[in-house]
Design a protein around this ligand. Structure first.
Ligand SMILES: [Fe+2]
Ligand SMILES: [Fe+2]
Length: 270
């Protein structure tokens, strides 16, 4: 039997769209762009319930993912069900179910920000640090030179604008669904998710760090614990992708009480 490999960006059948996505992402995600997106999207003025948000991900296919051409809500349910099948804690099952929910940004996104249905370079894809040098552990490192910050001497050194050893929580990452959902939940009063869940949500796309081993001069002791959490979570994010289709309504009975336990019953402010 042929074994399936994941994250193979060299495979001939990987759509040119994936590569084009990364070209635009690398070129446009500058330090200034990220500051603008924080101002623009972190206003928390749009109320929407969890299940409504899940439903909207039925309309979104992640263009950056070479392994999945199903609506994103299927990936969320597949991840959650795999965590549940391993008898992992309820909060981690819920984390699997919601970890990509920040992609609902496409509902109020725009082509020029890369946050729409058609232009996703400001929503999805592996992220990197802005404000310091791009490492060659980024997927398609040949695109690093396209980023204008790499010509700017404030930003093009290994630590850039950051203090040595300042730690992950003090870095600015490329703008996308991870940081968006983290900030939305951080702002959500009823949020009782443990800190571990928040780490999984915030850093799951940070491949040059968690898989590439880059950014060592910027890390602190806490980040070693973060890395263990991400490695644990990542196997469910990555290796559970299959063609099995679920109905959201089918799994809702099981997950709704867990969601209410950790996120309350009211809407979330996006
Ligand atoms: Fe994600
Ligand atoms: Fe995911």
């Amino acid at each position: 039997m042929e074994t399936k490999t994941f994250r193979n960006y060299e495979a001939v059948d990987v759509k040119a769209a994936v590569k084009e996505h990364y070209r635009k992402m690398r070129k446009n995600q500058t330090y200034d762009y990220v500051q603008r997106m924080h101002k623009k999207y972190l206003n928390f003025d749009k109320p929407m319930g969890l299940w409504e948000a899940m439903g909207h991900l039925n309309d979104l296919i992640d263009v950056s993912d070479p392994d999945l051409d199903l609506p994103n809500v299927q990936h969320l349910i597949q991840s959650a069900e795999a965590i549940r099948a391993d008898n992992r804690p309820d909060w981690m099952q819920l984390t699997g179910l919601i970890h990509d929910l920040g992609k609902v940004m496409f509902l109020w996104g725009s082509d020029e920000d890369g946050t729409s249905q058609d232009e996703q370079w400001g929503t999805v894809g592996d992220v990197f640090v802005v404000g310091c040098e791009l490492p060659d552990t980024c997927v398609y490192p040949e695109f690093n030179a396209l980023n204008p910050d790499m010509q700017d001497e404030r930003y093009n050194t290994p630590t850039g604008i950051y203090e040595k050893g300042c730690g992950l929580d003090n870095l600015n990452l490329a703008w996308g669904h991870d940081e968006y959902l983290f900030q939305v939940l951080n702002n959500h009063e009823a949020n009782k998710l443990p800190a571990e869940a928040m780490v999984m949500i915030r850093y799951h796309s940070f491949y040059p760090w968690h898989t590439g081993g880059s950014y060592k001069p910027l890390l602190n002791d806490t980040d070693a614990k973060y890395l263990e959490l991400i490695k644990d979570f990542n196997k469910y994010d990555l290796y559970t992708k299959s063609q099995k289709i679920y109905e959201l309504e089918e799994v809702r009975d099981y997950y709704q009480p867990i969601a209410e336990k950790y996120l309350g019953t009211g809407p979330i402010l996006w």
